[in-house]
Design a protein around this ligand. Sequence first.
Ligand code: ATP
Ligand code: MG
Length: 418
Amino acid sequence: MKYSQLFSKTLKTAPNATDTVNHRLLVQAGFVRQVMAGVYTYTPLGLRVLNKISQIVREEMDKIGGQEVLMPLMHPSSLWKKSGGWDKVDVLFKLKSRTGKDYALAVSHEETVTTLAREFIHSYKDMPMSIYHIQWKFRDELRSKSGIMRGREFLMKDLYSWHATQADFDVFYAKAKAAYLRVFERLGLTAKVTEASGGAFTEKVSYEFEVLSEAGEANILYCQMCDYCVNVDDIKTYHEGDDCPKCGKDKLRPAKAAEVGNVFDLGQKYTKAFDLTFIDEKGEKKYPIMGCYGIGISRTMGVLVETFHDERGIIWPRGVAPFEVQLVSIGGGSAEVEERAEAVYKELTQAGVEVLFDDRAEVSAGAKLADADLIGCPTRVIVSEKTGMQVEVKKRSEKDSTLMEVNELLKKLQTLKD
Ligand code: ATP
Ligand code: MG
């Protein structure tokens, strides 16, 4: 993609009225625009990141047997009345049609998915079964702040599973937790598995995946010597300075964190409410055990920016960067440099590398380099009068650059992939 053709452009100065790093950098670098509080448009640049996060999540959900579906955003009120959510869920957006019918916008999809599962789950032989989708959610949040980390409209991956026995559920629950940790590891994030209450969903303990972040809204206590972590908002048993209940080697420390995922044992709450039954091995009619598993895709994008940036801009981890390489031509209008940069662009893209080519002739070298730092592609490649038949390569996360042949650069990029 040539920068001159790219739909969005960077802003020279930081935008006004942004309260967090992710909001400021994502707007300034041209990844998102706010439409109103908590509602954003993702530009082509922003959508590339969102899609890459989604793809990593998709791959890990597929590995544990999840099958992808797509459920709607608008639901009849009857679904939400059946579960009690119509009156109880305070963040539910409600709509009225011109004929006076009531609808809800999807806060989550337990109601829709349990109704759907009734069509296909009849016997113990139909389980275990798990389906997921990556779909927008709407929540009437009172305070939509922290950029894309708390939207009133946001992208979530939600997976649902059904099991004939608690033992079978427990096996899958452990697999799903491991898959979550793999997702966050691939994204370059350290997510702490945190015990919390099940909130509106269930009486049982649930697990949150928390990433330490000043822009997060969760208050946690964690141990630096082991992976122990609790959400202080839910679990009042522990206090700052208490010995770690798991390893005893350190005192619990308080921190702010962002919840990037959550898994719940729903028990039979929804299967009973929606009368989803199956016939077990002995021919008896029973309610399946159900689980639900969410990952905040758009919030995770915000958390990535909060975690990976410096004073000059974003530093995207490789797996989710909008482009792998930002190619910059510095020639002050020299035809030779422009031709050479064009040739390097062709060579890299033909080799399958995703390149954002800053081809602007009228813009100063300083401004182009500042933009490359702001946008934050992992590798910066410069073609200038000084580079001759080589290119100057620098990682966004490092200071020093190296001159090398394009072939060598391709080899290096390939090794990173393997
Ligand atoms: P929170 O406590 O932050 O309000 P939640 O516990 O209500 O979140 P869940 O119902 O568990 O959220 O939703 C699953 C995931 O969706 C969360 O772990 C989070 O990553 C994401 N998420 C929830 N609410 C929002 C929001 N308003 N904006 C962006 N992402 C969100
Ligand atoms: Mg949650």
